[in-house]
Design a protein around this ligand. Structure first.
Ligand code: ATR
Length: 290
C-alpha cells in the first residue's frame, strides 16, 4: 500500500522499458514489508539535470542510474564514492538529507555474484575481459583491487584496451590486447568474462570466442542475462567448462543498492525468482501465448 509515509526510489535511464529493476525491487521491498516504492523514469539526456533536481525536491530516498546517464549524472551530485570516481560511472544514488551521494555497485555486484554462484574468487587468478565499455571498467577496477594475478583486457584495438588500463591506473596487473590476439592468450587464463553486448538478444547466435579455444579448465562468465545462457556459455558448457551467467551481476548490483537505501538485506532468491519470471513472461508475450 502507498501512503504519505511511503519512501520513494527510482530508476532513471533511456530507454527503460526493458528494465527488470522495478519489479525486482518492489517484490524485495514487499517481501520485507518495507514501506518504499520503486518507479522507473524514462529521461532523455536534455532532462537529466532536472530529473536529478527532482530527486532532491521530491525527497526520493535514492535512485538507480542506467544507460546512457551513468557518467553524465556525476556532475549533478554532491559527493561521489572513491570507487565510482575511479570507475567513472555512478549507478546508485543515496539521498542523505538533501545531499546526493553517488556509488557504483556494478563491480562489487559482479564479484559477489561470481563468488556466491561458483565459489570462485579472483585471488591469484589470470582473467581475460572481453570489452572496454562501462561494465568492463567496473569489473576490471574491482577485480584489480582483489589480488588478481593478471587481468588481460581485450578490445577492438590495443589502443582501446590500453586507454581503459591507463585511466583506471591498473597497469601493475593489467595487459592490453586486441580481439585478434585472443587465441594466443586464452591458453593461459583461468577466467573469461564477456562484458560486450555480443550474444545479447536478439543476436543470440553470436560470440567473440571460437568454441575451439575454450577448455574445461576455464570458468566462462557472461554479463548478459537475456538470454540467460548466451552462445558463449552454451559453447563453454559443451566443452565441460564451468559457466556463470549475467543474471547474478544484475541481482547483486541491485541488492547492494537496496541495502544502501533501506539498511535491510533483501532476499536474493526472491529477487532472482522475480527476474526469471519476468524474463519468461516477456518470452511468452513475444510468442503471443498471452
Ligand atoms: P556497458 O556499459 O554495458 O559496458 P558499453 O559501455 O556500451 O556498455 O560497452 C559495450 C562494449 O561492448 C564495448 O566495449 C563495445 O566495444 P566498442 O566500444 O569498441 O564499440 C563492445 N561491443 C559492442 N558490440 C560489439 C561487437 N559487435 N564486437 C565487439 N565488441 C562490441
Amino acid at each position: 500500500m502507498i501512503d504519505n509515509q511511503t519512501q520513494l526510489l527510482g530508476l532513471i535511464g533511456h530507454p527503460i522499458i526493458q528494465s527488470k529493476s522495478t519489479i525486482m525491487h518492489n517484490k524485495a521491498l514487499d517481501d520485507l514489508c518495507l514501506n518504499y516504492r520503486y518507479f522507473a523514469f524514462d529521461v532523455d539526456s536534455s532532462n537529466l539535470e532536472k530529473a536529478i533536481a527532482g530527486i532532491r525536491a521530491l525527497n526520493f530516498k535514492g535512485a538507480n542510474i542506467t544507460i546512457p546517464h551513468k557518467t553524465n549524472v556525476m556532475r549533478y551530485l554532491d559527493e561521489i564514492s572513491d570507487e565510482a570516481l575511479a570507475i567513472g560511472a555512478v549507478n546508485t544514488i543515496i539521498n542523505q538529507n538533501g545531499r546526493l551521494i553517488g556509488y557504483n555497485t556494478d563491480g562489487v555486484g559482479y564479484l559477489r555474484s561470481l563468488l556466491e554462484e561458483t565459489g570462485v574468487a579472483f585471488v591469484d587468478k589470470r582473467v581475460l575481459i572481453l570489452g572496454t565499455g562501462g561494465a568492463a571498467r567496473a569489473i576490471s577496477y574491482t577485480i584489480a583491487a582483489n589480488e588478481v594475478e593478471e587481468v588481460i583486457i581485450a578490445g577492438r584495438t590495443i589502443q582501446k584496451s590500453s586507454e581503459l588500463i591507463d585511466s583506471l591506473a591498473i597497469k601493475q596487473v593489467a595487459k592490453a590486447i586486441a580481439y585478434d590476439q585472443l587465441e594466443d592468450y586464452l591458453k593461459d587464463v583461468d577466467i573469461i568474462i564477456n562484458t560486450t553486448s555480443v550474444g545479447m538478444y536478439p543476436n543470440d547466435n553470436q560470440s567473440l570466442i571460437n568454441p575451439e579455444w575454450i577448455e574445461s579448465k576455464h570458468l566462462v562468465s557472461d554479463i548478459i542475462y537475456n538470454p540467460l545462457e548466451t552462445k558463449l556459455l552454451k559453447d563453454a558448457r559443451a566443452k565441460g567448462a564451468k559457466i556463470h551467467s549475467g543474471l547474478g551481476m544484475f541481482i547483486y548490483q541491485g541488492a547492494i543498492a537496496f541495502e544502501k537505501w533501506t539498511e535491510s538485506l533483501p532476499d536474493i532468491e526472491v529477487m532472482r525468482k522475480t527476474v526469471i519470471e519476468a524474463l519468461n513472461d516477456k518470452e511468452r508475450k513475444e510468442e503471443n501465448k498471452c
